[in-house]
Design a protein around this ligand. Sequence first.
Ligand SMILES: C[S@@+](CC[C@H](N)C(=O)[O-])C[C@H]1O[C@@H](n2cnc3c(N)ncnc32)[C@H](O)[C@@H]1O
Length: 433
Amino acid sequence: MSPSAPRRGPGPGARPAARPPAARLPERGAAVSPARRAAWTVVRRVLEQDAYADRALMTEAEGLEPRDRALAKQLAFGAVQRRGTLDWVIARLAPGKKLEPPVRAALHLGIYEQLFLGTADHASVDQAVELAKPSYGYKLVNAVLRRLQREGIELPGDETIAGAAVRHSHPQWLVTLWWKELGADATRALLAADNEPAELALRINTLADVDEAALPPGRREGDALVVEGPFDVAGSPLFRAGVITPQSRAAQMVAPFLDPQPGERVLDLCAAPGGKTTHLAALMRAEGEVVAVERHPGRARALTAACRRMHATNVTVVQADARTFTSGRPFDRVLVDPPCSGLGTLRTHPDLRWKVTPDAIAGLVVVQDRILAAAQAALAPGGTLVYATCTISAAEDRLASEDRFRTLPHVDGTDGFSVARVTGATRSGQPAA
Ligand SMILES: C[S@@+](CC[C@H](N)C(=O)[O-])C[C@H]1O[C@@H](n2cnc3c(N)ncnc32)[C@H](O)[C@@H]1O
């Protein structure tokens, strides 16, 4: 994708310009580093096409050296995550200016580097300026970044909802929601934690032959391994052999909460990409049956591949809509992990906070209720049902039960999950009296 030329046309009644536009465009100067160019393209794609940052990065950083790829990820994810703060800075230092997305993206990267990575050298400013060319907006990029370098800027405090939204770069509606549900102090801590890099957690697969000495160094918590230092999971032979799979520590708590036993019949509604399905199979020592339901064909195929890789031989993948799923025989245990707003995973999904809306949550709740009703109908009398979401919004806690746990990024250092269980449930899903 090449940057677009400035859209400065002649005014009404003006004569057409006699000059060849290309001849007047500013020249590109110093070469831009491959990491910054990849990061800039990712930020542009998120701004211009509403792309997912992680998917865009996968394409744009392909072929980069591992160090450049890591830098591109840090810059792109940071700039996307901090967009609210960065736009506030731009509005302060360039009030009323309308910016083309490529120029805004260059500014986002330059300001992010200065404010959050402490890179205040001339080289980083020059690189942002080069990225903005050949648009004439490069002059504005230069002026804003040099002024920021000279004068610095005071961000608003987080004593108020509006200040906290700017300071910690979250949409104001979300800060308002959390302020109400969690309280001001917890919200401030959560907002700050959302901007920290996520830990890399793996699950060690008990269905595979595990050579402990071959595992990457890290902190072990049961079957979870929190990796220290960089580690390319997808490129690892351990991943290909199904010895490890990436899964947050919070996500790893869900299948044990359902407590499936070898030989039982277990239903997993909304199963792809299979993190919890394969965990259920491992806890059952691959004895008995897991029926894993996934609506989307591509994701159902990925789920099948994950089960094969993870030696989950007792899983049957069913491509179907969980809202209307029925089975002739009831299930001893049912897991419902429905589509949710994902607000507990903002560390790993830098663009998500800008995509979720209150309306989207209201729509998800309707789907969640229908899937939960199908789960309850499929449960054997006396069976156990677990309902899990990786979000932090009370509206999405659809299963009423005292028997529940919650994880929060600022408290537990892992994703935010809300998980409820009914044991000895009747067909209505309520605990038996
Ligand atoms: C939260 S994710 C599940 C994550 C999965 N349990 C895991 O641990 O890897 C929700 C999944 O539900 C699927 N889904 C959404 N609506 C569905 C429906 N009506 N029926 C079945 N699956 C659905 C989505 O495609 C997505 O794969």
